[in-house]
Design a protein around this ligand. Sequence first.
Ligand SMILES: CC1=C(CCC(=O)O)c2cc3nc(cc4[nH]c(cc5[nH]c(cc1n2)c(C)c5CCC(=O)O)c(CCC(=O)O)c4C)C(CCC(=O)O)=C3C
Ligand SMILES: [Fe+2]
Length: 370
Amino acid sequence: MSDVLDARPYDALLLLSFGGPEGPEDVVPFLENVTRGRGIPRERLAEVGQHYHLFGGVSPINAQNRELLAALREDFAAHGLDLPVYWGNRNWAPYLTDTLREMAKDGRRRVLTLATSAYASYSGCRQYRENLADALAALEREGLAPPRVDKLRHYFNHPGFVRPVTDGVLAALAELPAAVRDGAHLVFTTHSIPTAQAETSGPAGGAYVAQHLDVARVIADAVRAETGVDRPWELVYQSRSGAPHIPWLEPDVCDHLADLHGRGVPGAVLVPVGFVSDHMEVIYDLDTEARAKAEELGLPVARSATVGADPRFAAAVRELVLERAAAERGGHPERRTLGALGPSHDVCPAGCCPGRTERPAAAGADSPYA
Ligand SMILES: CC1=C(CCC(=O)O)c2cc3nc(cc4[nH]c(cc5[nH]c(cc1n2)c(C)c5CCC(=O)O)c(CCC(=O)O)c4C)C(CCC(=O)O)=C3C
Ligand SMILES: [Fe+2]
């Protein structure tokens, strides 16, 4: 009995992700789902559609989530954690509402959510919580009792996230020509968001950039310790969309590569620390667009891997589930983190990461659901 892990009060884990198209005919309806009511210029949509068509209309994100699902199930089974894992997306099948309906019909009453976004922000946290609230409302309309849904704390600084990313940076450094390796900069990248959204992210504002800077510093320090070379690092942004007159976080990664080259920096490792898997923003915006820019400049670059379905990340999720379950039972579990910020809150406080309009959001202190 003692080696059976205790997830009570939870009876299921929900892997909640973005979703992506699985063929050319999916691309337009997928983009319509993503951008409904968001004011993205038409030209930008047509351009982003082309990114998907370059890869046969298929985003790798769904396959990556299937792999993560398998890794989680394997890890849980190997460690005697008896907790079913479900998967639902915001923008493509399997849709979140369908998954939550299945969970309700399976009798799941206390659901813990792992979103495939490690940081605070409206786009990376509250928007997922709004989608959860929408799905729960749909179940209620169908006469089903909605389960109670919670969300895991932000995991960007969990050692099981940081270690695989760090190893990825070491592997990418080894891919660079030996002559530029020691002089290369570490260029951490994440999704650009409107500066207004960055300023209001987290319970007290500014969390999005602060969290990325904290984990980037930890990774850069670990790489220095392991290679004996002190490389400069920067945090830059990619995948900007939205109207040009609205300020978004800068500098853009391509502009930054030109800047590094202009300053005589001999090479760079691109580290997509803002993303959990090598999805379209990584394989297009970095591996296609930024790489083309680097080639045009004659700047050697290598790109490090995201955590994906790394077993150490799956183990971190198990640890986070057990941590949260213990806390829900009134205990004081160890909360492992690296860096200066410490563990983020279990429950998003009211008003955390606000959007442009106020909408119901589940899995937080301001949830209309218990
Ligand atoms: C912070 C953040 C993350 C990281 C956290 C997380 O992972 O959630 C993220 C992830 C992703 N974003 C993705 C795709 C898209 N994001 C778009 C648009 C936008 N993203 C934004 C932010 C973020 N996005 C924002 C502020 C917009 C503007 C419109 C709006 O306010 O909503 C658009 C519209 C077209 C465009 O303008 O680019 C698309 C197609 C995919 C799927 C990739 C695949 O298919 O493999 C993934 C994982
Ligand atoms: Fe996005």
